[in-house]
Ligand binder design. Structure first.
Ligand code: MN
Length: 204
């Protein structure tokens, strides 16, 4: 069963003025679509992996044949990272998280502002292409981790619940080289209600 590019639950221009329509459209319909297509291509004929979810495949890379493992890391990671990215942003979002995730962030980082500062710094100073994640580690401890390329936290036993794309393709059309401006804009579209749901599901 090939994996499908998810349809966004909002229009391409719905995240304006924080995230511009042209970048959202190209990011989703070209970049994310290409990861999806190449992930499916890599899995062609891999009957042992058929029926597994993308998350299951990335959680157990040892079960992926050596010949396609790096392609699965790159393309499968690109597929699931972008799924989470789109899922955890939306229109009329941003602000300060409530719910269980709001409490958990305060407990783990001291305050929401301290968390935001730490996450922004990790994103701004990360060298090269990659992603910043908020997620649970193997001990279910909430933490921030930045990973290069399209590496997935799932492959190191973590469960990501929020992610920021710091590849240039995510922001270059509008922000060019100004990654800190992209990071500042992205906070305005974070869908904390969805992040709270993912947090509570991961804690079960
Ligand atoms: Mn991207």
């Amino acid at each position: 069963m090939p994996f499908e590019l998810p349809t966004l639950p909002y229009a391409y221009d719905a995240l304006e003025p924080h995230y511009d329509a042209r970048t959202v459209e190209i990011h989703h319909s070209k970049h994310h679509a290409t990861y999806t297509a190449n992930f499916n291509k890599a899995l062609e004929g891999q009957t042992a992996l058929a029926g597994k979810t993308a998350e299951e495949i990335l959680r157990n890379l040892d079960a992926v044949p050596q010949a396609i493992r790096q392609t699965v890391i790159n393309m499968g990671g690109g597929y699931v990272n972008h799924n989470l990215f789109w899922e955890t942003i939306g229109p009329n979002c941003g602000g300060t998280p409530g719910g269980k995730i709001g409490e958990a962030i305060k407990a783990a980082f001291g305050s929401f502002d301290a968390f935001k500062d730490q996450f922004s710094k990790a994103s701004a100073t990360f060298f090269g292409s990659g992603w910043t994640f908020l997620g649970l580690d193997q001990q279910k401890k909430l933490h921030i981790c930045a990973l290069p390329n399209q590496d997935s936290p799932l492959s190191i036993g973590h469960t990501p619940i929020l992610t920021l794309d710091v590849w240039e393709h995510a922001y270059y059309l509008k922000f060019q080289n100004r990654r800190p401006e992209w990071i500042a804009a992205w906070w305005n579209v974070v869908n904390w209600r969805r992040v709270d749901e993912l947090y509570q599901a991961a804690m079960k």
